[in-house]
Design a protein around this ligand. Structure first.
Ligand SMILES: [Zn+2]
Length: 254
């Protein structure tokens, strides 16, 4: 799925997809190559999990209704479509071609299985979309009326607008921050974001929420345990962990 708007065309000379919007031209990754790569990963996952492979079609779908596709020169133009054409395509072309293969129950358990194995993808979101830290709305929104910020009072969050009190309103915000920050929360960052009084109170709050501490002194950061499975394979945590591994195996060899 692609959210681009503007005119998308294929530059056959440069062999690149290009977007023209408000007078500027930019090129981007070929979505068909991308979806084929994703399909290869999905197929490997299905095989590993011993799930029977179903008929699969790979398309790049541009979902922004303002997009204009001009892909006559693109070799795979039939596989690049807009969001509106998805339902008729499934109903008219694919459904007729393939008789029902899965029972309703099997279908449900397969989708449940995929949801259970879903992993969040961590990427430097702010950098990628050129969003400044200053532009983020800070403070905890009230779970009842959504107004910010809630005030910390006697170990609870209090909404000054509607009077709602909460003990755990910070959980979703901490998790969202962990996603934004590649699973590295520092006390200063959280204190600033949640408008907390002291670093010590912030530290306690993060620890009580179940975050795991990494690093020492000024390099301390906290990670959400559920996201470690992803960040482990990324640069940050790897440095620390593989560092240990290297020294251990080094000892064994000598
Ligand atoms: Zn409220």
């Amino acid at each position: 799925m692609k959210g681009h708007n503007g005119e998308i065309y294929f530059d056959a000379k440069a062999n690149q997809l290009t977007r023209v919007r408000e007078g500027t031209t930019e090129s981007f990754t070929d979505p068909i190559l991308q979806v084929d790569r994703q399909y290869a990963n999905l197929r490997t996952f299905f095989i590993e999990q011993q799930i029977e492979l179903l008929p699969t079609y790979r398309f790049a779908v541009f979902v922004n209704p303002k997009v204009i596709l001009k892909l006559y020169d693109y070799p795979d133009y039939e596989r690049v479509i807009t969001g509106q054409s998805v339902p008729p395509f499934i109903l008219e072309k694919l459904a007729k071609k393939h008789p029902t293969n899965l029972t309703e129950t099997n279908n449900q358990s397969l989708s449940q299985f995929l949801i259970e194995h879903h992993c969040e993808r961590l990427s430097p979101i702010l950098e990628r979309y050129h969003i400044l830290w200053e532009d983020l709305k800070k403070g905890i929104p009230c779970p009842q009326c959504q107004r910010r910020p809630m005030i910390r009072e006697r170990m609870r969050w209090q909404c000054l607008a509607c009077g709602t009190r909460s003990t755990d309103a910070h959980y979703p915000i901490l998790y969202a921050l962990a996603l934004l920050m590649q699973n590295r929360l520092t006390t200063i960052l959280v204190q600033h974001f949640l408008h907390l009084e002291s670093l010590e109170a912030t530290r306690k709050l993060i620890k009580r929420a179940g975050y795991i501490k990494f690093g020492v002194r000024k390099a301390v950061y906290y990670s959400h345990p559920d996201l470690l499975i992803i960040t482990k394979s990324k640069s940050g945590h790897k440095t620390i962990e593989s560092g240990h591994k290297v020294s251990k195996s080094g000892h064994k060899r000598t």
